[in-house]
Design a binder for this molecule. Structure first.
Ligand code: GLN
Length: 454
């Protein structure tokens, strides 16, 4: 099959389903097909890699030259990126076709895809339910077979939680493995890009392309390139799986707990040992995150001032009024809430009480994992305490929404890699996600475990 045929197939499906599911903000068939033709020419010349010609959807947080890049916000609703993100650059170089830009929570702030300026994404398993967020468009597109794979970003769970709620696989690599250059910043010390796909094998192939050192991201790690497919077929005999009681505590839906227990049994059958580990500071991760992430966001979002690019209020009195009207009109409620929290915790008199305190607790959370990984190779548990919840059911209470990420956020605070893979269904037929957490640079072993399980 040619790349043009493959791309046509997915474009047609994406266009047909998008009215119902709203997974894509931008589809540009001409552009995608031009890339597909180029990929076919490359294959003809014998100049093709494993993913040359494969269409992959891009979360609308990644700058792609010539493409509208909105980050799910009105304030970037007219922003055509003048350059490629490092991830996009690498994918282009590998001959991957950009299938379109996927919907997301505004500036990646959310767990349900309901904060997008472009309207909510619907869960393909039940359109009255959320797909999770913030990479909900990407998760939905893969689950509904509108795209074979997609990119996502994960600041506190935004790859893993929507992957779980939509029944697909996704991996957030170790912080610093994938360059953040051209990936619109939310909370820079936590943000990390990664792939979303149908299998661990597909994730490994995509990560081979997405990962790599980049001088333009000061936190990008200079390491020898890895082949993430290298361990896929390795036996799991003797692998030590850590189980943390904190991940099986009250609040986890019984069907989710059951599915995760069944997955643990399957790992035992595959030769793994299980050991108990303790992550006592997990309970602090949400309060710590909701100090640090808004603090960083308030700084990162200062650049949207209506001057250099993006939306500008149509009518204003003077410069200050222009800033105020632009930001008042351009940002949605959740983004404004985060900016207010962020500027508050960073302000004189509160910095020590909130920001500094949160930084100290962040260290304790990372220490929990350091100790746990002395006793095990991987930690396994639920990705999300519940399966997909009904649209609108958590929008009135931000704290309820924030609790959706109770199992994913600590991983970002520690900078560790985490992934979610499908692990069966609940009684209503909704997918359950299994989270696998690895030690720093443990991606190949995580993908190995996921591949053997799948
Ligand atoms: N749901 C979390 C938040 O709203 C995490 C989002 C993310 O990982 N980008 O901040």
């Amino acid at each position: 099959i040619s790349s043009v045929e493959l791309t046509r197939f997915f474009l047609e499906r994406a266009q047909r389903l998008n009215g119902r599911l709203n997974a894509f903000i931008t589809l540009d068939p001409e552009r995608s097909l031009a890339q597909a033709r180029e990929a076919d020419a490359r294959r003809e010349r014998g100049d093709a890699g494993p993913l040359t010609g494969i269409p992959v959807a891009q979360k609308d947080i990644f700058c792609a030259k010539g493409w509208l890049t909105t980050c799910g916000s009105k304030i970037l609703s007219n922003f055509v990126a003048p350059y490629d993100a490092h991830v996009v650059e690498r994918m282009n170089a590998a001959g991957i076709v950009n299938l379109g830009k996927t919907n997301m929570d505004e500036f990646a702030m959310g767990s349900s895809n309901e904060t997008s300026y472009y309207g909510p994404v619907r869960n393909p398993w039940d359109p009255e339910r959320v797909p999770g967020g913030s990479s909900g468009g990407s998760a939905c597109a893969v689950a509904a077979r509108m795209a074979p794979a997609a990119t996502g970003t994960d600041t506190g769970g935004s790859i893993r939680q929507p992957a779980a709620l939509c029944g697909v696989s996704g991996i957030k690599p170790t912080y610093g493995v994938v360059s953040r250059y051209g990936m619109i910043a939310f909370a820079s010390s936590l943000d990390q890009g990664g792939p979303m796909a149908r299998s661990a094998e597909d994730l490994a192939l995509l990560l081979n392309v997405m990962a790599g050192f980049d001088v333009r991201d000061s936190t990008s790690l200079e390491r020898a390139p890895e082949d993430y497919t290298r361990d896929l077929e390795r036996s799991l005999a003797g692998l030590r799986i850590g189980l943390a009681e904190e991940y099986f505590a009250a609040g986890v839906a019984p069907d989710v707990a059951r599915a995760v227990q069944a997955a643990v049994e399957e790992f035992r059958r595959l030769g793994c040992e299980t050991v108990e580990v303790k992550l006592p500071n997990t309970r602090l991760s949400i309060p710590v995150y909701y100090v640090l992430a808004p603090a960083e966001a308030s700084s990162n979002l200062a650049r949207y001032d209506g001057v250099r690019y993006g939306y500008r209020a149509p009518a204003y009195q003077d410069l200050l009024d222009m800033y105020m009207k632009t930001r008042a009109q351009g940002f949605g409620a959740e983004v404004k809430r985060r900016i207010l929290i962020g500027t508050y915790v960073l302000s004189h008199g509160y910095y020590d009480a909130y920001y500094l305190q949160a930084q100290k607790l962040r260290r304790l959370i990372a220490e929990d994992f350091r100790r746990a990984f002395e006793r095990c190779d991987l930690i396994v548990g639920p990705t999300s305490p519940t399966t997909a919840f009904p649209l609108g059911s958590r929008t009135a209470d931000p704290v309820q929404m924030y609790l959706s990420d109770i199992f994913t956020i600590a991983v970002n605070l520690a900078g560790l890699p985490g992934m979610s893979i499908p692990a069966g269904f609940d009684a209503q037929g909704l997918p359950v996600g299994l989270q696998i957490i690895g030690n720093y640079f443990g991606e190949a072993r995580m993908l190995n475990a996921a591949h053997q399980y799948q």
